[in-house]
Design a protein around this ligand. Structure first.
Ligand SMILES: Cc1cc2nc3c(=O)[nH]c(=O)nc-3n(C[C@H](O)[C@H](O)[C@H](O)COP(=O)(O)OP(=O)(O)OC[C@H]3O[C@@H](n4cnc5c(N)ncnc54)[C@H](O)[C@@H]3O)c2cc1C
Length: 475
């Protein structure tokens, strides 16, 4: 389209998020000549620019504030009175972390001799990718990997004006802390922002359509989160449907239908819509090439092949038949590696999506992997469970983080660990042991025999496994 002799590559990746950039690096490591087309000014996609990294940076600030606010308990005197937030400096620190990491990806591209083509890509058929905005040109590719990710999705009837009614893209940049914040949706994004802004001083209300917060988690985890949120002053309205939201000069007028079927009115400075994310395929040309879609997502098989030969797709933009595809950074990266290795002729196996750890960095944190108790029962397992509260652990007492527990779901017949669900301090780190346990088809007995160091938070996993066998030591 733009040049008579298109630049030619073994692999062209569209999108440099955690799926695309990891796929590119792995393909290059395996000897492929690789280009990545990315339309943003920096590399790293949602995770690095608007998602995982900036939100977790803000959560670390919230945690630091929590320690300072509890200075009495720690025996630290604050001679100048109550702590105050400096949002300019908070954002400056967060932005520095983000830019350090995005530049790190740029460095890795140079190191691996990957060409970053700055612009917007469109599929043009027969192995061609047109860069239609930015560095306009045509690329020829033996293989194409679509890794265009996702963007915030609203709900019908609620217009996102990006000022009063916002998405996570704006919530990470707020320089004025809202007096009141209503959050629509209690998935990971919703509850993380609830923790950030409640700690920063906002009155926070979460509205969830389903009967409980974090509905994908084990029911016990949802109940514990609701309880600790209540203690922190976060209001949870479950079984509640927002029917109308209108941004005004001074805030947002919200109407919601509660479990009683009656309409309730709420007012807030800001409404954050955190109801999920949809695929980014607009202008990409997937329809004209006949790539099969499922509700707008690119349909792939278990090795991330689309319906069109030599075109693969990974990450948030894909749908896998017969199951919910988790929109997580580590899943997109694992798919990127899988595709790069498949294209290099390696013997690859489908990912086990049942063993993907999920982390939610609200306060208290949630980490989980495998079947919930309800899901295990539904699948016909004879289930037995064991739980151990963090509050009993010396390490948790020292940290002043005593809410929450570890719960292990196991199969009675073979003693296999089916799922591990935790809410409490460092759960997003502790879940790594649980993910390995599931990968190795570990029994509860093997977890019991695994020596957990003292004093650590990980002792809660050891104790919960003892509890499955009815014999926790410290309870
Ligand atoms: C607030 C928030 C917090 C999150 N926290 C976590 C977390 O803690 N842990 C976790 O695992 N996940 C988290 N996620 C999810 C995670 O960010 C995504 O799952 C992950 O980024 C998906 O990676 P991806 O490569 O599929 O897509 P993306 O990261 O969305 O990258 C897609 C890239 O493609 C580019 N692109 C799109 N179309 C084109 C085109 N036509 N031409 C050129 N470039 C194009 C985009 O600019 C973008 O850079 C979070 C998400 C959000 C919103």
């Amino acid at each position: 389209m733009y040049s008579s002799v298109p630049a030619s590559y073994d692999v062209v990746v569209i999108g440099a998020g955690t799926g695309g950039y990891v796929a590119a690096i792995r393909a290059s490591q395996l000897g492929k000549k690789v280009a990545v087309v990315e339309k943003q000014k920096s590399l790293g996609g949602t995770c690095l620019i608007w998602g995982c990294i900036p939100t977790k940076a803000l959560l670390e600030h919230a945690h630091a504030l929590k320690i300072v606010q509890n200075s009495d308990e720690w025996g630290i005197a604050l001679p100048y009175g109550a702590p105050a937030l400096d949002m300019q400096r908070i954002h400056a620190r967060k932005d520095k972390i983000v830019s350090g990491l995005t530049r790190g990806v740029e460095f890795l591209f140079k190191k691996n001799k990957i060409d970053w083509i700055k612009g917007t890509a469109a599929l043009a058929g027969k192995g061609r990718v047109d860069v239609v905005e930015g560095d306009k040109q045509t690329l020829q590719a033996a293989e194409i990997i679509i890794a265009t990710g996702s963007s915030p999705r609203g709900i019908p009837g609620i217009e996102i004006d990006h000022t009063r009614i916002i998405t996570s893209d704006e919530a990470i940049h707020l320089t004025d802390i809202p007096k009141s914040l209503v959050i629509l949706g209690s998935g990971a994004v919703g509850v993380e922002f609830a923790s950030i802004y409640r700690r920063f001083g906002s009155d926070v209300t979460i509205i969830e359509l389903l009967p409980r917060l974090v509905p994908v988690e084990d029911e016990a985890v949802s109940a514990e989160l609701e309880k600790t949120f209540r203690k922190q002053g976060i209001q949870s309205l479950t079984n509640t449907r927002v029917t109308k939201a209108v941004g005004t000069a001074s805030g947002v007028d919200i109407e919601a239908e509660g479990p009683d079927g009656k309409s309730h009115k709420l007012k807030a400075d800001i409404l954050l819509v955190a109801t999920g994310r949809g695929p980014v395929t607009s202008g990409l040309g997937v329809e004209s090439l006949g790539i099969a879609l499922d509700k707008g997502y690119i349909k792939v098989d278990s090795l991330c092949r689309t319906s069109v030969p030599n075109i693969s797709a990974i990450g948030d933009v894909i749908a896998i038949e017969g199951r919910v595809h988790p929109q997580l950074a580590h899943v997109s990266s694992a798919e990127g590696i899988l595709v790069a290795e498949r294209l290099a002729g390696k013997d690859v196996r489908p990912l086990n999506y049942d063993h993907v750890p999920g982390c939610t960095y609200c306060d208290p944190e949630i980490g989980s992997v495998g079947l919930t108790e309800a899901a295990a029962k539904k699948q016909g397992y004879d289930v037995r469970v064991g739980s151990f509260p963090f509050g009993i652990l010396g390490r948790a007492k020292m940290a002043g983080e005593t809410d929450g527990f570890v719960k292990i779901v196991a199969d009675k017949q073979y003693d296999e660990v089916l799922g591990v669900h935790m809410i409490g301090p460092r759960s997003t780190e502790l879940v790594a042991e649980a993910a390995l346990a599931l990968r190795l088809e570990c029994t509860v007995e093997e977890l019991i025999k695994t020596i957990h160091a003292h004093p650590t938070f990980s002792e809660a996993i050891g104790e919960a496994s003892h509890a499955v066998h009815g014999a926790a030591i410290h309870m």
